[in-house]
Ligand binder design. Structure first.
Ligand SMILES: Nc1ncnc2c1ncn2[C@@H]1O[C@H](COP(=O)(O)OP(=O)(O)OP(=O)(O)O)[C@@H](O)[C@H]1O
Length: 236
């Protein structure tokens, strides 16, 4: 579904990503991990079109590296942001409508109602999104907005961060449900090793803008180089 070939991103003199190459198959749930500043969000920005990248980014066999952001959304790349940012003064439903028109190029109220229902937001649909939602609800809205763009590939940036363990488990079940219901391919940035091991079939590890491991979560988290990058130490 997605193939990255030698993808690099620079910010002035800083190399945020260097020669990243890997593929994601349709239907995978891939964990993207690595320490702070490794380049995970920058990779999401490069794929979704928020930053300029060098190299090739092939989505369903077409090179999208020069395609503007909105056309990448139209092609089926949806994403969330680390800090949920609902549009101020708009209700939850209006937030989804704007996302849908931007990403899917149409207004389909039935689909919006379906998303509100599946994300447990129906009761909040007519409330002001920015001022009345709790953290968990904001996170559900962030995912709902991405779903409204009708993605085939969904990039989730730390959507589980800050949740306590029971809420995290509930959220993980929801992600599995969405994966099956909408036939999604998912890449999720997440720091917690246990979560990645439970949720993902594969993990890709970045460190200082380079890909240092790619494999099953079990294999990746036994790799001494990965453990060193993650914790600064190597298990004996
Ligand atoms: N717009 C920008 N301008 C300049 N430098 C940037 C910009 N965005 C990111 N960077 C730098 O690029 C590097 C990678 O940052 P990025 O946010 O992608 O890391 P990350 O792995 O997502 O980190 P975290 O886990 O803390 O979110 C960092 O050194 C960061 O300071």
């Amino acid at each position: 579904m997605l193939r990255l070939e030698e993808v690099s991103v620079r910010f002035g003199g800083l190399v945020a990503l260097s020669g990243i190459s890997f593929s994601i198959a349709k239907g995978e749930i891939l964990g993207l991990v690595g320490p702070n500043g490794a380049g995970k969000t920058t990779l999401f920005n490069a794929i979704s079109g928020l930053v300029k990248a060098r190299g090739r980014i092939l989505f369903e066999e077409k090179d999208i590296v020069r395609l503007p952001l909105h056309l990448r959304a139209r092609a089926g790349i949806g994403r969330t942001f680390q800090i949920p940012q609902p549009m101020h003064h708009l209700t939850v439903r209006e937030n989804l409508t704007v996302a849908q028109v931007f990403g899917a190029g149409k207004h389909d109220p039935a689909r919006i109602e379906e998303i509100l229902e599946v994300m447990n937001l129906s009761a909040k649909a007519d409330q002001d999104a920015a001022t009345t939602l709790a953290l968990q609800e904001l996170k559900r809205l962030e995912i709902a907005k991405a779903l409204a763009t009708e993605p085939k590939l969904l990039l989730l940036d730390e959507v589980l961060a800050g949740l306590e363990s029971q809420a995290k488990r509930t959220f993980m079940l929801k992600l599995r449900e969405l994966h099956a219901l909408f036939g999604l391919t998912i890449v999720i940035v997440e720091h917690d090793i246990e979560t990645i091991s439970n949720l993902c079939t594969r993990a890709v590890v970045l460190n200082f803008g380079q890909l240092i491991a790619d494999g099953t979560p079990d294999a990746v988290f036994r790799d001494p180089q990965v453990m060193k990058s993650y914790t600064g130490t190597v298990d004996a």
